[in-house]
Structure formats: structure tokens, C-alpha cells
Ligand binder design. Structure first.
Ligand SMILES: Cc1cc2nc3c(=O)[nH]c(=O)nc-3n(C[C@H](O)[C@H](O)[C@H](O)COP(=O)(O)O)c2cc1C
Length: 176
């Protein structure tokens, strides 16, 4: 089965997640089409099913992925689809933050007109090497607030690869 994986990423973790999904699907004999959405004007390749992935920055997904979803909503709505929403809030258990994540996903779908068949909240990462000075300070403060031990020069990954693999397997099985 041809499966599109269209993703936007700011610091790279969603890109890593998208590549993981592509490798997983390819290993099962599917044909994944990895598409890095950078401006939203990209064409949507022919596919039987689609995974769209984006990450949360100050309460929103990347504008490019929103444009892409808006542009291709009718075709997306005609296929099995999965939205992977990557964030740090998804690494925790704060009920208010989880409500925010649900609101962000809901607002995105309402604005684009694409109704994802399934929405999955996926824990992302701190990637200090990718931040500028002010972001590094802000993210260190957030890590501190959450009681997380982080290397201020390095990375701290929260993505549960086993759970993500199982999710992708199930999506592909259902789509088929
Ligand atoms: C400037 C900035 C703002 C962020 N805002 C949020 C946020 O509002 N909620 C959240 O849960 N995570 C937030 N994050 C965490 C990112 O969603 C997380 O680091 C994710 O892994 C980034 O994915 P990417 O590397 O694909 O861009 C933010 C990160 C940065 C750097």
C-alpha cells in the first residue's frame, strides 16, 4: 500500500518520527512516501492512506503543515488518515496540558477542514543544540519547572518508539 507521511518539523524530532514511521512501513512491504512540508504548497502524491505529523510550538502546529492540510483536505478526507501531534506536554500527565493538546488538534482540524481518522499525541524531545540563546533559556526553564534533569547542551528524548511502532502497525493494518 502507498502511504504518504507528510511532516513539518522545527528542531528535527518530528522528522525523526516521520522517518521511523517510513522505515517501519517499508519493513512490512508498504510503499511509504516521505514528504517534508516546508511551505505548504507541496503537491500531495497519490496514496491509499496518509499520516500527517507536526509539532507544537507555543500552542500551534507548523503553519506549513496547516496550509498543506487545508489545500488537500478533500483528498485527505477520502482516505484513512492519522495525525501525529508531537509535543512535550504529551510526555507528561498534566490534565490541563492534555486538554490544551486536544484543543490544538481540534482547532487545527476545524481550520483546515481535514478530519483526521485518528489523532495521536506523541511525546517529543528537548533539542538544546537546535535552540538559539533565548529558546535555550526558555526551554531550560520549562525543563526545570517539570523537574526534568537535562543536559543543557544536548538532547532529551521522550518519544516512546515501541508505542509509536505499534500505533503505525495498527494504522496500516486497518487502512489495508
Ligand atoms: C519555542 C518552543 C515552543 C514550544 N511550545 C510548546 C508548547 O506550547 N507545548 C508543548 O507541549 N511543547 C512545546 N514545545 C516542545 C516541542 O513541541 C518539542 O520540543 C517537539 O519535540 C519539537 O518537535 P520538532 O523537533 O519536530 O520541531 C516547544 C518547543 C519550543 C522550542
Amino acid at each position: 500500500m502507498d502511504i504518504l507521511i507528510a511532516y513539518a518539523t522545527t528542531e528535527g524530532q518530528t522528522g525523526k518520527i516521520a522517518r521511523f514511521c517510513a522505515d517501519r512501513l517499508a519493513a512490512q512491504g508498504h510503499e511509504p512516501h516521505l514528504l517534508h512540508v516546508e511551505h505548504g504548497g507541496e503537491d500531495m502524491p497519490d496514496c491509499a492512506a496518509a499520516i500527517l505529523a507536526a509539532s507544537v510550538h507555543i500552542g500551534k502546529y507548523q503553519a506549513a503543515l496547516e496550509s498543506f492540510a487545508l489545500r488537500h483536505a478533500p483528498r485527505l478526507n477520502a482516505r484513512p488518515t492519522l495525525l501525529l501531534a508531537v509535543s512535550l506536554a504529551a510526555a507528561g500527565e498534566d490534565a490541563d496540558e492534555w486538554q490544551d493538546l486536544a484543543r490544538i488538534a481540534e482547532g487545527f482540524q476545524a481550520r483546515t477542514g481535514w478530519r483526521a481518522g485518528q489523532v495521536a499525541q506523541v511525546a517529543g524531545a528537548f533539542r538544546f543544540s537546535q535552540y538559539d540563546f533565548f529558546r535555550r533559556l526558555a526551554m531550560r526553564w520549562i525543563a526545570h519547572q517539570k523537574g526534568q534533569q537535562v543536559d543543557p547542551q544536548g538532547e532529551r528524548e521522550y518519544t516512546d518508539w515501541a508505542a509509536l511502532g505499534a500505533l503505525v502497525d495498527e494504522f496500516a493494518a486497518q487502512a489495508a
